[in-house]
Each structure stands twice: as C-alpha cells, then as structure tokens.
Design a protein around this ligand. Sequence first.
Ligand code: FES
Length: 555
Amino acid sequence: MGEQNRLVVRPMNKIVTIPAGGNLLDAFLAEGIELPVLCNKNGSCGKCRVIVRAPANSVTGVERLSLGEGLTASEGYRLACKTEILGSGEIVVPVESREDFLEGVYWGRELATVKAGTFPYPVDRVPARGAYAAALDLGTTTLTGYLFDHRGALASHCSCVNPTALYGSDVISRMASFQQGAEDFARVRSGMLRGVGRVLQTLFARSAGTEWSGDASARLERVAFCGNTIMQHILLGVNPLEIGLFPYAPMIRNLLRKDAADIPGLASAGIAGSTEVVLSPSVWGFIGGDAVCGVAATELHRASEPALLLDIGTNGEMVLAGRGGLFAFSASAGPAFEGYRIGSGMRAVAGAIDRIDIDARLAVSYRVIGEGRPRGLCGTGAVAAVAALLRAGALTERGHIRPARTTDRIGRNRFVIATADETSTGMPIVFTDKDVEVVQQAKAAFAAGITALLRQAGLEASRLRRIFIAGSFGSRADAENLKIIGLIPQGIEAEIVPVGNAAGLGCSALLLSSAAERAVVDVACRMQAVDAASLRDFEDIFLEGLFFRHAAYQE
Ligand code: FES
C-alpha cells in the first residue's frame, strides 16, 4: 500500500486516511462524511466547499470560477471534488456545507396534518404496541421520513440530502451516470440505501433516543416508499435505464407489497427481512408514486372544479383535474427551487433569505429564516430576488440585470442582496445573470407544463379554481411572486393553496390506511400522462415562457 495521509476533519473530529493524490470528496464519502454535492463532481454546483489546511494540488480554474479568487487565496477554500491531498493536515467543513441533515427545515401543512392525525383517510393499519411504521418520500434532491407509533401518531420526522444527488442534479443526469454498466448502477443504489438507512436511524434516534441497531430495526413493522419512478426503481435494485427510452414505460408500475427479505440489498439500509415494504404505484416513466401520493393527499381526484397540483421540486410534477380527467406532466426544472444551482443558493434552513424587497432606489430589505445573519438564498429567496428586481425595473424581459449608477449594489451582471458585513459567512450574497437564467429555465418548464395540461384537458386558464403548491419550496412561496416571474401563466386567477410535502403525506396515508391504499391505486389507474414530445408546439411554448412579461411591470 502506498503512503497514507491522515486528515482531521473539523468540527466532526473524524480522522480520514487518504493515499497521496487521493480525491478528497471520494475519501469523505468512503468515511460516510457527506457534503451537499449536486453535480457529477465536475465543479459546477459549487456546493462541496471545504477549507483545506493540508498539502494539496493547486487550485484549479473551475474552483477559481466557482469560489472566487479571494476565497481560495486568503481563506483556503476548495471544492472537495477537485482537491487531491498530498500530505497530512486538517480539513474544516464550513457551516454552509453542513446541511446534510436539514435541521430547522421548514415543514409545511403536511406536518400539521400528520401530527394532528387528521389524514384525509381513516387510519386502520397501525403497528403493534412498541413497534413503528415509517413513510419515506424519495425526492430527487431530498429524502424525507416520518415515523409513526402504535397509535398512528407521528413519533418523529426528518429530512436529508439524497446521497444519489452526487451522481447528477436531476433524474436524467443521474441515469446517465450509470449508463456505463452494472457497477455504476450499484454505486448509485448503495448511495440511495445509505440515505434510507440514515433517515431511519435518525427517525428512531429522535423518537425514543434508540440507536438504529438490529434490535431497533426489528421494531420497524412496515415501511412505505414513494418517489419518482427512477428513484423507486433504484430503491428496488432495478436499473431504470429503459425508462429513458420511448415509450418511457416503468418496469414496475403496480403497488408493491413485499417482505424486505425479498428485495435484495435492503438489509444494507438496516431494514430487517421481516419488515413489510409497501411501494406506491407509478403511472409512467416520469410520473411516479410521489405524484400519485400527492394527488391522493390533496384529494385532487375528487375535486368538483378544475384544480391543479404543482409539486415544485427538482423533478416537477403537475397534475390537472378537469373535465372528468386527471392529466399529469413532468417538468425537469432542475434544483433551482430547492436552493441549488444558484451561486449563493442553499436549502430553506436557518440563515437562508426567503423574502426580498427592492425599492425604486434599489435599497434592499430581506427576511432570514431563523435567527441571525443570512448566509445564502433558498429557492423561495431566489424567486423573490427575481420578482423584486423585476418590480424595481432592474431586470430586462430577457433576464439581464440592468446596469445602474444609482447604487453600488449593482455591478456588471450582478446585484448584491447582502454585503459581506451583513452575512454570517463574511461573503456577500450576490445574485447574477446566471442565477436569473437558472430561475428562468425552471419557471419556463413549469409554465409550459401548465399550458400543455390545460390544452390537453381543453380548459381555459380562467376556469382553473385552485392550485395546490406542494414541496418545501411551495410552502414558503409567495403566490404573487410566482405570477410575477411567470411560473404561473397569465390569465390564471385560481386560489393558491400551499400544502407542504403532499407526496410525504400521501405516502404516510398509504402506510396507515387501507382506504388511502384504495385511493392511491384508483388515482394511478386514472392518471393520464401527457408527453411533451407529442405536443406540436411545446418548444415554442417553453421558449415564450423564458421571457419576463407580466403586465405588472411592463414599461
Ligand atoms: S462542485 Fe464539487 S460536487 Fe459539485
């Protein structure tokens, strides 16, 4: 074995050994130290920041671009994915990179519903006294779990970054990462199972301070999962590559109920063989169990007037109920609304700016989640920044920040939301043209999807009565801002209802209620997927959606 270097990782005080020239991120992952990485280790997400106090390779061009010259030169900041360690020393994981378990994450209405036990379906499948049942929503970027006791009461909940995000920021790039062969798929799946195991471990630790051991796992009587179709296949160990090809059909589509022992590999997530596993049915390649559970949770399938469910996440699902049908569309929006891909982006946790006002003189005021100074912008903050810039006349309809002499907050293609003195990191929070473009692409994907669904259903935009907005972004989103940026197309005057993690709520209901299971199966049978490729002018609708043309700020 070649020379091994020893790194002390602060503040965890973990020791990591790494061969000379070894990649720092790989060494972290091997030791179970996870960073919020959201690209294929190519330096584009800029989230795997660490401070390196050990001999290492020279700072690369991509790091200078991502972190800025000042930060790399004076503070020793590096991207872990681009750092090769050449000697022993110390690595500091800064606060902005410690978001693995999303402490203080905003929980929406779904949590109030599960806490109060007011599911829309009667609870009749509770675990035995002393045992537990868990529901897990496998989001593209976030894994969310809920643990229930023998009364069907919520015992604990938690949320963490999906470790498979390392292999691509959305489902398409994640599938591309295991195109090469079985080994790549196995690596992605083991990331998924590691994440599931950590969520269960945390749920148990939070409920009764129980260590997740053989003893505790035997007390997990049942676990229900929902997620997009790709995540559900990865969980089961079925390579979903074919889903990416026409006719985009899932290999596993029906509701699944099995003992964990019959699903190879689940034991590595710490799930005992005797635990019953329930998996939500899917509809189509990109319309998965999360969309089905979301519809069941909001009872969209019983809506008496036209209504829409928008699940705003990395993989955005939308379902329209109207004219007796349930029409579903999936938009790959990327993780912009989850706070990633934005230069100063972060999750909606303490320290994130989620509201912004910019007045006519370009003076800025903002709201920070939790106590203290800001350290970044969450997805809602990014949308608020675009809306505020538009209202202040500081953004063109094509999405460029207008140069202005009246304030030093505006530089070339950038706007300073918070100066270095105002933030907890000592770095300014800056919003750039590139960030505007990320929001622009994501909002255009949603706007085009909504338009496509309305057309498919033969409905006028004005007939829509209600829009349920799901996802942690949706719980905080300002309805007016969504209209201003054009995520909700003009002409829609529907009431906007934030519903929190509707998929997680539906999955919890599926876990605990036989009536909910019937509803979920019924919804999956009735839902009709709308394929963008079959719509003649979809591309034109999308391109039109890129512009910022809300009447409120037209000159
Ligand atoms: S920049 Fe390192 S993983 Fe994305």
